[in-house]
Write a protein that binds this ligand. Structure first.
Ligand code: 5GP
Ligand code: ZN
Length: 102
């Protein structure tokens, strides 16, 4: 098993825990929500942070997924956030985008 929490969750979470899933990424509710809706969109591929992204099509794909997720959940107004690096508050070193909405 990987020592990366987001690589592991992808394999171990029950089906109903996933807000969204496709061939490139998955989305789950944040365990410690900072807003009414706090969803994490996580690429299947292990990339530590935005600094390590080589193919920026991955970012396009993640934002395409965000559009689908927010539409499905009827979230019309929301913030997206990517913490990159420890000093910016990144705690899990597997790239993820936060969706935050009240
Ligand atoms: P970061 O600070 O790295 O941008 O955000 C990491 C996020 O992952 C935090 O908001 C934290 O609450 C969330 N998180 C950490 N461990 C888990 C977990 O095991 N399950 C879920 N659903 N979220 C987690
Ligand atoms: Zn990982």
């Amino acid at each position: 098993m990987s020592d990366c929490i987001f690589c592991n969750l992808k394999e171990t979470l029950p089906k109903e825990a996933f807000v969204y899933k496709d061939d490139f990424c998955y989305a789950i509710n944040d365990i410690n929500p900072k807003a009414k809706h706090h969803i994490l969109v996580i690429p299947n591929e292990h990339v530590e942070s935005l600094n390590e992204v080589e193919d920026t099509m991955l970012i396009k794909h993640l934002f395409d997924a965000i559009k689908k997720i927010t539409k499905e959940q009827d979230i019309k107004s929301f913030k997206t956030l990517i913490n990159t690096g420890k000093d910016a508050g990144q705690e899990v070193f597997h790239l993820h985008i936060h969706i935050l909405a009240n």
